[in-house]
Design a protein around this ligand. Structure first.
Ligand code: GTP
Ligand code: MG
Length: 200
């Protein structure tokens, strides 16, 4: 599914400027700096497909990626990070509107991967986003990032704790994956999970 080269195809800052819906789509959401762009690069085996940064708030639009020559196969969307305090209120409102409109109107969106920093777990701002997804009935799966920052012995407990936090959420897929884009941890498992969703 992820074999072959990937291309950046589109960036949207406005809901009336989305690329046409072709084939199936998945999106990656999460707080600023959680590692969305890094995870997309790890999945697609490209170092610089999605631009990563030490500065939170790097990705400010919806960025769309597709496989070269296979437009209809799968579109991967890198979403702007939320919950970054230094971004003005106006920007947060614009972001919220864009995300909300995108999530509600995208009928080919198969699943949203909500990334959570394995060191911090689910925060209040994440809860707001999960509630939005539940309300819009958009299927999502929680993925822990930067798993390398936890000792191996600490990882199962973090997965359990996160799973317990989403257990009652109606649109949440009842499995939590722990990944590390830097160490390649959980990446094959995430690829397999995505392949299963698309085959449903
Ligand atoms: P925004 O676009 O600003 O919302 O950020 P993002 O969620 O796309 O995060 P990005 O991928 O740019 O990564 C943010 C920072 O986290 C960078 O400094 C990365 O090097 C670091 N990072 C990403 N993945 C990992 C990981 O698996 N382990 C560790 N230790 N650091 C990571
Ligand atoms: Mg990013």
């Amino acid at each position: 599914l992820f074999e072959g080269p990937w291309d950046f195809v589109w960036a949207s800052t406005r809901i009336d400027d989305l690329p046409p819906m072709i084939g199936q789509e998945i999106a990656f959401a999460g707080r600023s700096n959680v590692g969305k762009s890094s995870l997309i690069n790890a999945l697609t085996r490209r170092n610089a497909l999605a631009r990563t940064s030490h500065t939170p708030g790097r990705t400010q639009q919806l960025n769309f990626f597709r496989q070269a020559g296979h437009d209809e196969r799968l579109t991967v969307v890198d979403m702007p990070g939320y919950g970054y305090a230094a971004v003005g209120k106006e920007k947060v409102a614009a972001w919220t509107r864009l995300i909300h409109d995108y999530l509600r109107g995208r009928s080919n969106l198969m699943r949203v991967y909500v990334l959570i920093d394995a060191r911090h777990g689910i925060k209040e701002v994440d809860e707001t986003v999960l509630a939005t997804l539940d309300k819009a009935a958009v299927s999502y799966q929680v993925v822990l990032t930067k798993g390398d920052a936890l000792k191996q012995a600490e990882r199962p407990a973090m997965i359990e704790k996160t799973l317990a936090a989403i257990r009652r959420r109606p649109a949440a897929f009842p499995e939590v994956l722990l990944t590390s884009s830097e160490k390649g941890l959980g990446i094959p498992e995430l690829r397999a999970a995505i392949a299963r969703v698309l085959a449903e």
